[in-house]
Ligand binder design. Sequence first.
Ligand code: 2AM
Ligand code: CA
Length: 252
Amino acid sequence: MDWAVNAGKILKEGLGKEHQIHHKGVTDLVTEMDKLSEDYLLGEIRSCFPEHSIITEESGYLDGDDGVCWYIDPLDGTMNYAHGIPFFCVSLAFVQHDQVQLGVVYDPIRDECFSAEKGKGAFLNGQSIRVSDAASLIKSLLATSFTSSEGDLKQAALRDYVHLTGLTQGVRRMGSAALDLVYVAAGRLDGYWSNYLHAWDVAAGALIAAEAGTRVTDRLGSPDFLQPVCSVLAANPLLHPILLEELNCNGR
Ligand code: 2AM
Ligand code: CA
């Protein structure tokens, strides 16, 4: 937990300052702060667990023992961060034999640390959290994320967005998949979906959400959401089947 908090403090200190922005894709950014945060986390993990594998957003796959792997997103919400918008986090997960065992998502602006260990519940700054009990679309507030790049993925995502915006209290696109997932865990949002993410975006948040009572699957309802492409549908158990139907009906 301390690692995510310390990395978050590094990010917070840099917020609003001028950054060196590199483009991984037209709308896919990385700043020197992503790398600073990642270097810190890599150093800590490597010094405590030199034999573990690590998958990180900026450095890729760092080989180690089979079956034990850390998933690091050193700055989830890079686009927000690069624009000085205080909605981003650090996401850190420990995965054993494809099962997420430990997840921490830290929002340094609000000093909110969401955490879970498999089978032991989900917590926000040490207090137990639970999903909402909204049982209908019209009582629910959702979030989604999708790429801004042109293409089929964006067109499909826009159709989903329009469809569910018309049926619910609203659909937010806040820019951090990890925070969206833990907001579902805390009952602030009733559901979240995305058609295309990376494992480091979702691993920690998905465990925290599941431990808070959220049903977490891929977009088609399979429990295997960590397999690429990582699509995800996370919602309270009353709403999950309704969203699954809405996202997959009529050729959607
Ligand atoms: P990032 O901020 O670490 O890039 C909303 O944009 C969410 O989708 C964020 O969690 C963001 O993670 C992620 N995201 C942005 N671009 C992406 C891409 N090309 N592929 C997968 N996830 C992406
Ligand atoms: Ca990310």
